[in-house]
Design a protein around this ligand. Sequence first.
Ligand code: ZN
Length: 248
Amino acid sequence: MKITTDGLVIREQSLKEQDKVLTVLTSANGIIRAFIHGAKSIKSPKSTASGLLTYSDFEIYKSRDNYIIDDARAKEVFMPVRRDIEKLALGQYFCELLAVLAPEESQADDFLRLALNALYFLSKGDRPVSVIKSAFELKLMTMAGFMPDLTCCCECGCYEHENMIFIPESGKLLCGDCSGISKKKHIQTGISITHAMRHCVYSEMKKLFAFTLPDDALSVLEYASENYIAAQVPKNFKTLDFYKTLRI
Ligand SMILES: [Zn+2]
């Protein structure tokens, strides 16, 4: 069966000679692992199209057990991300998250759109990197079935409280009046950070990256979204560890 789809290369592994195995987040079939022949030849258009963090059009042959990429043409290479080691490391972390959280063998155009939008804004450079990172993390978790419940305090229904806390283990909020009942690890999110988290989870994709917070609040937002992933997804993301070494 032949499949024509667009997709983002989220992992590349070299094989012998000119061959590679790619992990691609495709719009048509979600995450697939596919062989590509002749992709290391500089003269081949497949070389550019099969690089990590490249958005390409693919023609793929699907047999019972394997995917083989017949042809690939790059549509966007996100050059400003490649030229900046910190952005590149963040892009690689996004790829590692997608590899774990995006669906396999089913349509995933919304996941692909989220990834492309995040890379687009990273390339453009007019939004704080922390905004892009937290928005990507929380929206991806939401889309992947790990939507936190940020509507109100889970005990009394209070919508807004200056001492609101977020509990990563349950993905729920408690207001300052109810926070005493929690014995779990929690993070003080107050009013502004709670609002920003709600925005990341509930807003439409086109508005996702359009919010601002002061730097100290952004740090707490990042801390909250990272801790939420750590509490829900049993995996150590090495690319995140590396990204953090670059920001110290
Ligand atoms: Zn309450």
